[in-house]
Design a protein. Structure first.
Length: 219
């Protein structure tokens, strides 16, 4: 297995992450051109929140719905509105579970965009677009181009790992920053030790320079 420099692999990964983020935002705006922009802003703010805080977020939405911008007049006004609405569960009821709902919707869309992105480009180039631009490709452990079966296996494994990461977030009540950190530690720590990510190891594939296929159709 030809050794790939850490910086080269990191660069390809960063390109992929930026492209996925752009595609995710475009996809979200295409699905809901008017309402999604505010949801994405709220979602960004929610990255530092833990799931157990969602009921409070729902209450805040109810406050904003009932009192509009008057809650921002002063701290005293905010506290007063909070106390009033806390005593009126019927006003909170329409917003109950709202934060969790659009969190899962937006996170689900992000996971789907990741899956389609890697499946599409690995099917076409036998590498993600970031890896292809950095002169890398995915190969089987027998030094042959990855088969369609291996590509599907890699992408579905990524899908399952991302879903599992979201599940762990809710199980251990951690924010998305910690979830993302743990995800990459679990998936990519082995790159430093073995030169292969967890997905590479579990699918018997590895990342190599694209020139290995100079006599093949993939160049």
């Amino acid at each position: 297995m030809e050794k790939i420099s850490f910086m080269r692999r990191l660069s390809s990964s960063l390109i992929d992450k930026v492209l996925i983020l752009v595609l995710f935002i475009i996809s979200a705006l295409c699905i809901s051109p008017y309402g999604m922009a505010s949801h994405l802003g709220s979602y960004y703010a929610l990255l530092d929140a833990v799931p157990s805080s969602y009921p409070a977020q729902d209450t805040y939405k109810a406050m904003h719905s009932v009192y509009d911008n008057t809650i921002y007049e002063s701290t005293e006004k905010w506290v007063q509105c909070y106390k009033e609405i806390s005593q009126k569960p019927e006003l909170i009821a329409p917003h109950k579970g709202e934060t969790l709902s659009w969190d899962l919707q937006i996170t689900g869309l992000f996971i789907i965009v990741n899956f389609i992105y890697y499946l599409l480009w690995e099917w076409i180039f036998r590498a993600s677009l970031g890896k292809f631009l950095c002169g890398l490709t995915v190969a089987s452990d027998n030094n042959q181009p990855t088969t369609e079966k291996e590509i599907i296996k890699r992408c579905f494994l990524l899908l399952l790992l991302m879903i599992a990461a979201v599940g762990l977030r809710f199980t251990f009540d951690i924010n998305y920053y910690m979830t993302i950190l743990l995800f990459f530690l679990i998936v990519d720590t082995s790159v430093i030790i073995k030169g292969k990510s967890l997905i590479d190891i579990m699918t018997n594939t590895y990342i190599t320079k694209r020139k290995i296929y100079k006599n093949e159709n993939l160049k």
